[in-house]
Design a protein around this ligand. Sequence first.
Ligand code: ADP
Ligand code: BMX
Ligand code: ZN
Length: 291
Amino acid sequence: MATLAIDIGGTKISAAIIGQDRKLTMIRLLPTPHSKSIHDLNIALSQLLAPLIPFASRYAVASTGIIEHGVLTALNPSNLGGLALYPLEKYLNDLTGLPGVVINDAQAAAWAEYSVVHEKIKSMVYITVSTGVGGGIIHDRKLLSSETGLAGHIGHLISDINGPLCGCGRRGCVEAVASGTAIMNSAQKELAGHSTKDIFLRAAKGDPEALKLKERSTQAIAGLIADLKMLTDCQLVVIGGSVGLARGYISSVSAHLSKYPEVYYVPVAPAVYRHNSGMLGATMLAEMRIK
Ligand code: ADP
Ligand code: BMX
Ligand code: ZN
């Protein structure tokens, strides 16, 4: 039974067919529409998925946002061009005619990284540093979840009480300081208007302003990891997302983390399934729920 796997992020939407061998085939990608229009997201999904639907017997979605009973509510609507509410499961049921599941993107990625790669440990946190900052917590071998879908939204823990206003409405969330969007928004002078990818390329060449922006992000993520160590006593932190997986990012996070007292230290590793952890994790959870 093959699964139509979909990953909806604030920047891009990916889709693939995942067979029982867990290999991804027919991978497709589209930019996430940045309008408040539900119609635009419907159109993007139908264009992306149309060629894949005939090959699947269920769908599995890893999506940004708070997922409650298949409905996506944005905690930070600015990540989705202002779109705050989207009836994701209903639309996909109608579009595909298949049964399916919808899970938060970072929770799904956490499950894949944990259950395939790190299943010997008991406690792990996955952090995506991407358009936003998301999280999935594995505690005592179980994925932490809550009825409302809010549990695990660690990007909205506080990093700097005097920091920038977060799209969730609170000031100084980790997401407002460390995410790809935050890095781009805080770029000034000759870096203003450049993408985060571009800023990181300049940082790699030694541009001091670009380096400062990257360090501000890695320092905030190190602070978040130290807080999560206190909260969960996790044995490992896995980092994903295009910002988190960028060259030199994790080593910089680890360097900041090692400046704290030893009790805050936890090993930090990159996501083994790189950009595909979300699709894989959602598929594995769908396999358990839909036989
Ligand atoms: P999504 O949030 O849709 O899951 P990504 O994980 O690709 O997507 O994260 C998007 C963010 O990552 C954007 O802010 C983008 O500018 C940034 N980004 C993409 N590629 C890189 C790169 N090579 N280095 C640093 N940042 C990157
Ligand atoms: C935001 C929130 C999380 C999500 C995280 C990473 C929204 C729309 N999303 O904190 O649910 O897990 O961003 O999302 O409020 P991504 O788009 O960067 O992958
Ligand atoms: Zn916030």
